[in-house]
Design a protein around this ligand. Structure first.
Ligand SMILES: NC(=O)c1ccc[n+]([C@@H]2O[C@H](COP(=O)([O-])OP(=O)(O)OC[C@H]3O[C@@H](n4cnc5c(N)ncnc54)[C@H](OP(=O)(O)O)[C@@H]3O)[C@@H](O)[C@H]2O)c1
Length: 297
């Protein structure tokens, strides 16, 4: 029997959404990209183009529209956090209906926004580990040798269809632990690399005392939020990432694009405040990164 095919909408066909949309379209699923007029025009004419060491270079046709107009099986939400509120106007709740809504944004707080807008039980928390860049509308450079999603259970059947399209997928039982696993490392990595305009190697050698202070605070906040994160585990991971690795926040800062500072640093500060955990090192970092971003704005 042939595999069931899905109709999937992708809100924000950029680095993450464009790659996933293209892989699903290549696997025979129906993909509808939701974006602004200019990107929609390019997608309708040229499709989605992926250049990837892992998946090869390929182009797929994909439907595109400025707004969702019909029911879908699943909606991937893959805009940056800074664009979320505006982008959601493209996905009216009455049209999304009971579709599965799968956000892959970094951070945590966007889940509450989506669960308020769509049926709460249909919003499946997800994270993605990948390095994928939208080089121009509809063109995606996938530069990591992996593209791995984590999704909160129960979504096994959906996960299997994604795997068949070529994505790595792990289904996690504990949504909170899954989200904090991602945020805990990312917050330290993004804030320190952006603040010091340094890659991972420079951060861990030249700014080690600050790195340790930040990891201790993040681990304390995550544990208070019931996630089994340790500072030792975070440090050991930080020490193993490639030394030239840069964060996307740093790349956004270099390009004067809006930063997901509130979604990443702000989320940790808010969770710390909610649980009574002091976070002075993270607060200093967030303030410094915000100051630099304001200076260029
Ligand atoms: N890229 C990665 O490697 C990576 C890895 C892990 C996690 N993440 C997370 O994934 C999320 C998405 O990041 P990304 O790098 O994929 O972002 P991105 O490449 O900037 O893509 C965002 C997409 O959203 C679209 N968009 C912006 N405003 C919109 C609106 N109002 N309506 C509809 N579409 C809109 C953009 O359209 P245009 O094409 O028209 O500009 C773009 O295609 C972020 O939270 C990021 O932190 C990214």
């Amino acid at each position: 029997m042939s595999k069931p095919k899905l109709t999937v909408a992708v809100l924000g066909p950029g680095g993450v959404g464009g790659l996933i949309g293209a892989l699903l379209a290549r696997a025979g699923h129906r993909v509808i990209c939701l974006a602004g007029e200019q990107t929609v025009a390019v997608l309708r004419q040229d499709g989605l183009r992926v250049d990837s060491g892992q998946y090869g270079a390929f182009t797929t046709a994909a439907e595109a529209d400025i707004k969702l107009r019909e029911p879908v099986d699943a909606l991937f939400v893959t805009v940056k956090r800074t664009a979320l509120a505006e982008a959601l106007d493209r996905t009216p709740a009455e049209v999304v209906g009971a579709a599965m809504v799968v956000p892959l944004l970094n951070g945590i707080d966007h889940l509450a926004v989506l669960r308020e807008r769509f049926p709460s039980g249909r919003v499946v928390a997800g994270t993605v580990r990948v390095e994928a860049t939208r080089t121009s509308p509809g063109r995606i450079a996938h530069t990591s040798p992996f593209a791995h999603l984590e999704l909160a259970a129960p979504v096994e059947e959906f996960a299997e269809l994604l795997r068949q399209a070529g994505l790595g997928v792990t289904v996690r039982e504990d949504e909170n632990a899954m989200l904090w696993d991602k945020l805990a490392f990312l917050a330290a990595f993004a804030l320190l690399t952006t603040r010091h305009q340094a890659d991972a190697g420079a951060v861990r050698s030249r700014h080690r005392p600050e790195l340790l202070a930040v990891l201790n605070e993040i681990a304390a906040v995550a544990r208070a939020a019931d996630a089994p994160v340790t500072a030792e585990g975070l440090l050991s991971f930080f020490d193993r990432v490639p030394e030239t690795m840069k964060s996307s926040m740093q790349r956004d800062a270099d390009a004067d694009r809006p930063l997901e500072l509130d979604a990443i640093g702000g989320a940790v500060l808010r969770a710390g405040a909610a649980h009574g955990i002091a976070t002075p090192a993270i607060a200093r970092l967030v303030a410094k990164v915000a100051q630099s971003a304001e200076r260029v704005a």
